[in-house]
Design a protein around this ligand. Structure first.
Ligand SMILES: Cc1cc2nc3c(=O)[nH]c(=O)nc-3n(C[C@H](O)[C@H](O)[C@H](O)COP(=O)(O)OP(=O)(O)OC[C@H]3O[C@@H](n4cnc5c(N)ncnc54)[C@H](O)[C@@H]3O)c2cc1C
Length: 433
C-alpha cells in the first residue's frame, strides 16, 4: 500500500498542501493523499471582512473541495476531526449532521502514515462577559454573511420607515489589528455605496464606526510607520479610534471598557486575538501552549510525534533567533509552510532528513478599501520599503492571487482575474441581499 498522508483542514495552508501533494505524489500513486475538512467549500479567510461589508460575494470566490480533489489527484472527506489515536495511527471524525440535525455520516476513523494538522484558529474573546452572546466573530463565511445581513436589515428598515428624520447605525469593532482596521474602512465604503444605491435614510456619516483597541495604537503587531498613516486615514473617514481601551463587558446595547466608558452599538464585531480549536488541547498527549496551539519543532513535526505535523495558525512554531517568539498566525506563513511541507513529506517517504522552517517576512500590507492601502515590503537587498496607494493595493491583492495560483495554476488564475473584471462591470458594487 502506498504511503497515506492525511491533511486535516483545507484552509489557506492545508488546501495548498493537499493540492501540491496531489499533483506531485497522488497523480503517480507514490502516496495516497486525503484532505479532511468540516466544510464542503473553502473561502480564503483574509477575504472575510469584505464578505461582511458586502464588497465581496462569497459565492464567487468559494472553492468546492470535491471538485478540487478530483482535478488534483487527492481524496476529500467531509468531517470534523474530534480525536486521535496515535497507537493505531487513526484520526476520529465526529458524525456529520444535516441541516435538520439528522445524521448524514456516522463517526468514522481514518488511518494515516503521516498526519498534517492545519485546522487554523478562531477569534479569542478572552472570556469577556457578553462577548460570545452579543458579538459577531469573523471566523467563517457564515458569520461574515450574518453580519452583512444584519447591517443590511438596518438599512432596509430605515428605508421603509415613514419617519422623516434621518436614521443612524452604531457599529463597534473590538481590536484594531489588520482585520479590525480593514473592516472599519470597508464598512465606511459600504455606507457610501448603500447611499449611492438609494438606501440613503442612513447617510454615510450616520454609520458611526468605533474601533476599540486595548493597546496604545492601531496595528500593534506592525511597525509604527504603517500604523500612523492608517490611523490618519481612518480618522479622515470619520471612524472613531479608541486606543488604550480594554473592553470589559459586552451587552445588547453596547460595550463597557475597563476605564468606565460605554460605547453604544447595535452591531458589534470581535476581531481581537486568536486561539486554536479546543479539541487540540487533549489530543492523545501532544503538547500545547495556552492558546491550544500544538507545539512543533522547526521541521513542523509535533514535539512528541515524528509522524504528526502541524502548521499555520494551529501550530506554535519557534522562530530561530526570534527571542522566544513564534511564527505569526498569518496567511503568508501558512503559504510558506505549505510549500516547505510539500518537499518535507516527499523526503520523509524516502527516509531523508527534513528541512527546517524559517519564516520570511515579506512585509505587511493593509487595505483601506478603495480609499488607500499602506504597507511595507521587505527585500534582502532593499531592506524595508514603505508603500502607499495603488502600488500597495497591487501587492496586497497579489497575496490572494498567489493563493489562487497554488490552487488553480497560472492560466486559470488569469481567467479568474478576467472574470472578476467583467463581473465588476455587470453587477452591483455591493452585495445588496
Ligand atoms: C477577517 C480576517 C482577515 C485576515 N487578513 C489577513 C491578511 O490580510 N493577511 C494575512 O497574512 N493573514 C490574514 N488573516 C489571517 C489568515 O487568514 C490566517 O493566518 C490563515 O487563514 C491561516 O491559515 P490556516 O491554513 O492555518 O487556517 P485556516 O485558513 O483558518 O483554515 C483552517 C481550516 O480548517 C478547517 N477546520 C477547522 N477545524 C476543523 C476540524 N476539527 N476538522 C476538520 N476541519 C477543520 C476549517 O474549516 C478551515 O477550512 C486574516 C484573518 C481573518 C479572520
Amino acid at each position: 500500500m502506498s504511503h497515506r498522508i492525511v491533511i486535516v483542514g483545507g484552509g489557506a495552508g492545508g488546501l495548498e498542501l493537499a493540492t501540491r501533494l496531489g499533483r506531485k505524489l497522488g497523480r503517480s500513486g507514490a502516496a495516497q493523499i486525503t484532505l479532511v475538512d468540516a466544510k464542503l467549500t473553502h473561502i480564503w479567510k483574509p477575504l472575510l471582512h469584505e464578505v461582511a461589508a458586502g464588497s465581496l460575494n462569497s459565492a464567487e470566490d468559494e472553492l468546492n473541495y470535491v471538485a478540487q480533489a478530483k482535478w488534483n489527484h487527492f481524496e476529500f472527506q467531509l468531517g470534523r476531526m474530534c480525536g486521535l489515536q496515535r497507537s493505531t495511527r487513526q484520526i476520529v471524525l465526529a458524525p456529520v449532521l444535516d441541516e435538520d440535525g439528522r445524521q448524514l455520516l456516522p463517526e468514522r476513523r481514518i488511518g494515516y502514515d503521516s498526519l498534517v494538522l492545519a485546522v487554523g484558529s478562531t477569534t479569542n474573546d478572552f472570556g469577556t462577559p457578553g462577548a460570545a452572546e452579543h458579538c459577531i466573530f469573523l471566523d467563517t463565511r457564515e458569520q461574515a454573511e450574518r453580519f452583512h445581513r444584519r447591517m443590511l436589515s438596518h438599512y432596509l428598515r430605515a428605508h421603509a420607515s415613514t419617519q422623516t428624520d434621518s436614521a443612524h447605525i452604531d457599529i463597534a469593532i473590538v481590536g484594531a489589528g489588520a482585520t479590525g482596521v480593514e473592516l472599519a474602512a470597508e464598512l465606511h465604503h459600504a455606507a457610501r455605496q448603500l447611499a449611492a444605491y438609494g438606501l440613503d435614510r442612513i447617510r454615510p456619516e450616520d454609520m458611526r464606526i468605533t474601533l476599540i483597541e486595548a493597546g496604545p495604537r492601531v496595528l500593534p503587531a506592525l511597525p509604527e510607520r504603517i500604523a500612523q498613516p492608517v490611523h490618519r486615514t481612518l480618522e479622515k473617514l470619520g471612524v472613531t479610534v479608541l486606543t488604550g481601551a480594554a473592553v470589559s463587558e459586552v451587552t445588547a446595547e453596547g460595550l463597557k471598557t475597563a476605564d468606565g466608558q460605554f460605547i453604544p452599538a447595535s452591531l458589534k464585531v470581535w476581531a481581537a486575538g486568536i486561539r486554536a480549536p479546543a479539541f487540540l488541547k487533549d489530543l492523545d498527549g501532544l503538547e500545547n501552549n495556552r492558546i491550544n496551539q500544538l507545539l512543533v519543532r522547526p521541521t513542523l513535526q509535533t514535539t512528541l510525534d515524528d509522524d504528526i505535523f502541524a502548521f499555520g495558525d494551529c501550530a506554535a512554531c519557534p522562530q530561530p533567533g526570534g527571542d522566544g517568539r513564534n511564527v505569526p498566525p498569518r496567511a503568508q506563513a501558512a503559504h510558506q509552510q505549505a510549500s516547505m511541507l510539500t518537499r518535507s513529506l516527499r523526503l520523509k517517504i524516502s527516509g531523508q532528513p527534513l528541512p527546517e522552517y524559517r519564516y520570511r517576512d515579506y512585509g505587511s500590507l493593509i487595505s483601506l478599501s478603495s480609499f488607500s492601502a499602506v504597507g511595507n515590503l521587505m527585500g534582502n537587498l532593499t531592506g524595508s520599503v514603505m508603500l502607499e496607494g495603488w502600488l500597495a493595493r497591487v501587492f496586497y491583492v497579489s497575496l490572494y492571487r498567489m493563493h489562487q495560483m497554488a490552487l488553480y495554476g497560472l492560466p486559470r488564475t488569469l481567467l479568474l482575474m478576467l472574470s472578476d473584471r467583467i463581473g465588476r462591470s455587470t453587477e452591483p458594487r455591493l452585495k445588496l441581499h
